[in-house]
Design a protein around this ligand. Structure first.
Ligand code: ATP
Length: 364
């Protein structure tokens, strides 16, 4: 059992707080991705779990054992770094065997584990080569092979695909996912690439400014972000946000965009009362609006600013009030710049956001 539990962890560099009172539990054999923009504290948190940077406060347990003050080698984990960190003067075999040797494994065991790891990563024919004679992708595989050869119960990976070109990255992403599913380690995987996070993680912990903003299954993080930041960080295009004025009409509470009324979901309506007279933020994904090429009573008229044909969809840029919104449409819908289209907003796809706290108040 290798559950990782981080409780109230804070790490500062001088006056700067890189990780701010973070708590997260990663279940045994779970694959959690730490995702967030550059500088949000992902690597600092991972390094603290690895024992490579002592936390200022907080507790870290692995498999129920308090490791907060233990050095890395006593934490029984493997780490794969962004920069490969493979030794240029050692052949691939010795690079993969390095950790095993350090742990005093006998030669027979070393041979077995190195060959197994090399086979899994399809680099068995490279064992006799020096890293300088290999491509970036092959070196990256060596680094991953070294990480998994240890068969540690915990695997920490920091942007292991970051040095690869886009195509190789795409290939390796799927390969790595297959591989990690087969080795049963509790894994924390750091990336700033949200597609990688969505496609690989059992759960995604989205970080900003040293704080975990949301930790949930990829589809939850995508569809039901807890706040504006998560919606704006996840997805390509990110979630759209526009503003609407909350008003009462004929005793019914609703949100107005120009002359257009958005009637809230019946569960939402009572929550909306306290926003009467205020401006509220609404969030909706590009693919969740319905686009019509002729007027309808329940649809908002908007002018198309830009049409981007992307093959499987056309991405329209329109304006709703003062906000720019991206709308995904079927390529068969023939629209050009400056045309008008009419948008429907299904009630169950709208996320209602409190402007002050930036939190999604419905659905939550
Ligand atoms: P990236 O995706 O760019 O690697 P990250 O989310 O992993 O970013 P960290 O490397 O954890 O971010 O850094 C978090 C913050 O802490 C950054 O602002 C960084 O400049 C700062 N930081 C990291 N290490 C140190 C250090 N040794 N001394 C001072 N500041 C540091």
């Amino acid at each position: 059992m290798a559950e990782i539990k981080v409780q109230n962890l804070t790490k500062k560099f001088g006056d700067f707080t890189a990780v701010d009172n973070v708590s997260i539990t990663i279940a045994d054999k779970e694959f959690v991705v730490l995702l967030g923009p550059s500088g949000c504290g992902k690597t600092t948190l991972l390094r603290a779990i690895a024992g490579l940077g002592m936390a200022d406060s907080g507790v870290i347990t692995i498999g129920g054992r308090d490791v907060t003050y233990l050095p890395p080698r006593e934490r029984n984990l493997s780490m794969v770094f962004q920069s490969y960190a493979i030794f240029p003067h050692m052949k691939v075999f010795d690079n993969i065997a390095f950790g095993l040797k350090m742990h005093g494994a006998d030669q027979k065991e070393i041979d077995k584990r190195v060959n197994e790891a090399a086979e899994l990563l399809h680099i068995e024919n490279l064992l006799d080569r020096f890293p300088s004679n290999m491509s970036g992708g092959q070196r990256q595989r060596v680094a991953v092979a070294r990480g998994i050869a240890m068969k540690s119960e915990v695997l920490l990976m920091d942007e292991p695909l970051s040095n690869l070109d886009a195509l190789l990255r795409l290939e390796m992403r799927a390969e790595l996912k297959r591989l990690l599913a087969g080795i049963d380690a509790t894994t924390i995987y750091v990336t700033h690439d949200q597609i990688e996070a969505l496609s690989m993680g059992d759960r995604i912990a989205v970080m900003q400014s040293g704080v975990i903003q949301q930790c949930a299954h990829p589809t939850t993080v995508y569809d039901l972000p807890d706040n504006h930041f998560v919606g704006s960080f996840i997805g390509n295009p990110p979630m759209n946000f526009f503003h609407a004025q909350v008003e009462k009409h004929d005793g019914k509470i609703l949100a107005k965009v120009g002359d257009y009324h958005i009637t809230p979901h019946q569960v939402m309506a009572p929550l909306l009362q306290k926003y009467e007279g205020e401006n509220m933020m609404m969030g909706i994904r590009a693919e969740n609006m319905e686009t019509l090429d002729s007027p309808a009573d329940d649809a908002l008229k908007v002018q198309v600013l830009v049409v981007e044909p992307l093959g499987s969809q056309n991405l329209l840029t329109v304006r709703i009030g003062d906000d720019t919104v991206k709308v995904s449409t079927h390529p068969d819908l023939k629209v050009a710049s400056n045309d008008y289209v009419w948008l429907r907003f299904p009630a169950d796809k709208i996320r209602w956001i409190d402007r002050e706290s930036q939190r999604v108040i419905y659905p939550s």
